[in-house]
Design a protein around this ligand. Sequence first.
Ligand code: COI
Length: 360
Amino acid sequence: MEKIAYEILEREEPVVLAENLGFGKYFTDHIFVMDYSPAKGWHDAKIMPLRNLSLHPATTFIHYGQTIFEGLKAYYGENGDILLFRPEKNYQRLNNSARRLCMPEVDIDFMVEATKELVRIDKDWVPRNNSDTLYVRPFMVGSDPFLGVRPSADYKMFVMLSPVGAYYPEGFKPVKILIQDDYVRAVRKGLGECKTAANYAASMLGAEIARKQGYTQVLWLDAVELKYIEEVGTMNIFIQIGDEVITPKLTGGILPGITRLSVIDILRDWGMTVTERQISIDEFMAEYDKGNVKEVFGSGTAAVISSVGELKYKDRTLQVSGGEIGPLAQKLFDHLTAIQRGKVEDKFGWTLKVEIPVNA
Ligand code: COI
């Protein structure tokens, strides 16, 4: 296995975290970097001080978007341990994205170890309060300086860290969502199930239109028929109709969320019926009109569990859970974050401890 080289910053001042971290505004002292070439495979893994990149202007990912990423979090647990949540799932998904974009796969065990090592080195940046966390952003880019359209030969893999608070400005308050049918985010057999820049770029115009109308996010419909509910872009969606919790099945146009997967397991463990199936916007509206839609909530690493209080579709505005946080969303948020922070038994074995040497 690849060895990691170290260049560690000597800090003169202790780390002081901002009071209102927001999301993605602050970065820790170090970054993990590794290079790939066809001749050497992955090589030159290092952890070094975070600094600007120097890139040739023809670097291929800038032009043609061969770039994939992940998002996971590190938490301070009850007894002072730092915990990562299901990191191997993120690197599995990174490899799935890599295959679709003709990029090289990484060694999952090595990347999990490298992530632990980076978090260990920047441990003072892990927030100690109950609401903030350290967001971990692994990403890979094609790095050839070449303007022809073909997969890059060389690549760079990075992991960077950012202490974060709530993703949405509302905090844990219910979000308002616009159901968008003027634009689509992604298409099955396209890049929909990959965590790649193009899907986020495609979502921005719809999201800006939503924002100008006072909505936090967009709920996207499928790109072929504009009929089925897909996802929110920053989170997967769950709809409780009567006693059944429905989440759109993974048709290829939806990101297979790790929080989504965990929510399904937790709900089933609680004895609830969870169905992964296609749900059309017409079915949703009909159930709403019959008074059967009990709750709508989203799940994501950044968003955690986010209750949806209001949805707008064409000229109709629908209130869910009286515009308040739904009880199921609240219970899930409490339970999932308790698992992530080691406050309740981790019966699924989802958390991974970052061992900190005693005298570190
Ligand atoms: C995440 O939840 O990690 C995401 O990737 C959402 C967003 C910040 C891109």
